[in-house]
Design a protein around this ligand. Structure first.
Ligand code: ZN
Length: 220
């Protein structure tokens, strides 16, 4: 079976930047599963996998516009340091915040005197991504997976447990996007991952897929 719309695909991958530094890899986590054609993963990677079969390997080059977007200075903002209250801000810290673009993951880029510079760009915004991928599995998606827009593992949503009322509460339809168990729902903290970003995340994201390693989609 070839990778096409409405297939659930597992891929092993290593993601490198232009300098060849490894940014992320499926490694010990095992293949990342996603529902093809459902915008679970960045468009450039999805296009690269299209038509492959189990065992195929490929180098996929993803420019920023098909990855996590271009870096935008408009996503930088300054806030007074007092906003952090008792929490001492540190460069590199990340947190969720409501912005005029909705919930986003913000990173503290700089601290200048009494001001903190927050960066709403995705960690991989503006970067050209080099994926080495290997297709580990391809299967037809089940109807529930198609209706949820993401793959299911262990026979159910979010690793078999089902989502209960959480189902409708997140955009991707599955549990909370904050949940970070392996193979579970997406952690929005994982900015560097090819597999997972969240609707809150800047630049790249907008779509949260839901369950599975490959669950959360990244595109906007
Ligand atoms: Zn589901």
């Amino acid at each position: 079976m070839r990778v096409a719309k409405e297939t659930v695909v597992g891929i092993e991958y290593t993601l490198k930047d232009d300098q060849g530094n490894i940014i992320d890899a499926s490694g010990d986590r095992g293949p990342m599963e996603y529902l093809h054609g459902a915008q679970n993963i960045i468009p450039g990677l999805e296009q690269g996998v299209e038509g492959l079969e189990v065992g195929d390997t490929k180098n996929v080059l993803v420019p920023p516009n098909l990855g996590y977007g271009e870096y935008s200075d408009k996503l930088l903002q300054r806030v007074p340091i007092e906003h952090f209250g008792a929490n001492t801000p540190q460069v590199g810290m990340r947190f969720h915040a409501e912005t005029n673009l909705g919930m986003r993951v913000l990173t503290i880029k700089q601290i200048e005197g009494t001001e903190v510079v927050l960066d709403g760009n995705h960690a991989l915004a503006g970067k050209t991504l080099h994926f080495d991928i290997k297709v580990a599995s391809v299967r037809a998606a089940e109807l529930t997976e198609l209706s949820h827009g993401h793959p299911h593992q262990s026979g159910g949503c979010c690793g078999g447990g089902g989502c209960g009322s959480g189902e409708s509460s997140s955009e991707g339809g599955c549990c909370s996007t904050g949940e970070a168990s392996e193979g579970g729902c997406c952690s929005s903290e994982e900015g560097a991952s090819a597999s997972c970003c969240s609707s809150e995340q800047p630049a790249a994201e907008a779509k949260s897929g839901g369950c599975g390693n490959g669950g959360c989609g990244c595109s906007n």
